[in-house]
Design a binder for this molecule. Sequence first.
Ligand code: ADP
Ligand code: ZN
Ligand code: MG
Length: 496
Amino acid sequence: MTAQTVQQGDLVTVIGLEVHVQLETDTKIFCGCSTDQTDEPNENVCPVCLGLPGALPVLNEGAVEAAVKVGKAIDADIPEETRFHRKNYYYPDLPKNFQITQYDEPICADGELEVAVEGDRRTIAIERAHLEEDPGSLQHVGGGIDTADYTLVDYNRAGTPLMEVVTAPDFRSPSEVRAFLAELEEVLEYLGVFDAERDGSLRIDANLSMIPADEIAGDGIDEIGADALAAANRTEVKNISSHKGAEKALAYEETRQKNAIQRGRAVEQETRHWDESRGITVSMRSKEEEKDYRYFEEADLPPLRVSHWKDEISIPELPSARRERFQDEFSLSEEAASKLTSTKQVADFYEDVAGEFDPDLAATWVADNLLGELNYRDMEITDLEGRLDEVTRLVELVATDEITAKNARETVLRSMLDDGRTPDEVVAEEGLGKTDEDEVQQAVVEAIDENPGAVEDYESGDDGAINFLVGQVMQKTGGSADPGDVNQLLRTELES
Ligand code: ADP
Ligand code: ZN
Ligand code: MG
């Protein structure tokens, strides 16, 4: 915990998040429609997800399994029985005029996630994580939400399984929020329940208030009392779709509220919209309250009992654990371990390569060379599906000294990525294999390095000393080199 001191007159920034995560399933949460969102608008719809009269929802088992995995990963309580509710409101993206969600009995409660922020470790409490259906999507034409000429609606997204992850108001800065989102996304990807590449797969509502330090004096800023939290007017910023966007929107909101308070104006409790292109938040409406939604139980779905199979659902080693293990097992720096665990695919590949060759060499090749070249090309390791063996082969060529590290990095790897050739093809076609000459040259350099006495004699005018060095090179090359050439090479090297 941070032991920051607060002073009279200071304002403390308090942030809590509601993160909507699309779970990656083939079909929607209450019907069999595809969740593919690259299809033509309104192609993946049926009476259930269009909310036609009489259509009945059937719960997707895969979505429940994904939710249980998330619950286990954030160390949440997963109750024996959980229920669905209807949240009633009218909006054009919601065909039934209610959203099936969870209310007082969510599938996950009381979890947490630890994040590293500037060297500090912070534990962010997760109050709940519940299952619900995504609404459709709106496309505003000719302007933003408040200025468009007209709006198109696409129900392909309607019914995509969502998990809403609600944190406690535990964040004290926008940068902590960004670190948390990165960690959460990594965890979700490790679980295989989430596709970060999909547009809008992570959407964030961010609540922010500024609390006068003197109201919380004595508690320390990590332990702000419930009274102070409830008394503070907060804004909820909607429509944030990236980590960076969240950090920027919250920094904007922090400054805006601070300015208002310092000028003696009240902060309205309201919902605001993040306008990414203008980099500002704009007021949308006064904040709705729970009673506005007239929650009641979804009678078309029976209570869900997961007690009998939640123990059978397992999760893989999570990024934080793997990061620590990589540091211990392979003696990696924290930075290298972070890079090498950034996705499960990268971590799996590193472990493969480190198992076959030297872990340091593997780290250089995977973390620096491979990820660097992929990043430069805007590619991911998943784009190399089926070709990772070729990268392993390239590392082998370096490890066994068949090509130089420089050629491997600058010619072979780049050609592999740019024109799809295998490492052996590039080596053969570009003539990169180490030649006998390379070997003799290397032996010459070694002989000089290893025999400083002879080198000194030679340099002080004892020409006969060269013969000793020639002998050393001949030994290293197993007698295959030409003594005359070696003599010449030695003289050139010693003169340079
Ligand atoms: P509501 O009933 O208005 O939805 P919740 O208690 O469910 O409020 O909290 C919604 C979100 O607001 C949570 O992420 C929570 O952490 C956050 N939150 C609560 N109080 C504050 C506050 N004073 N400042 C900032 N965020 C807050
Ligand atoms: Zn459907
Ligand atoms: Mg709420």
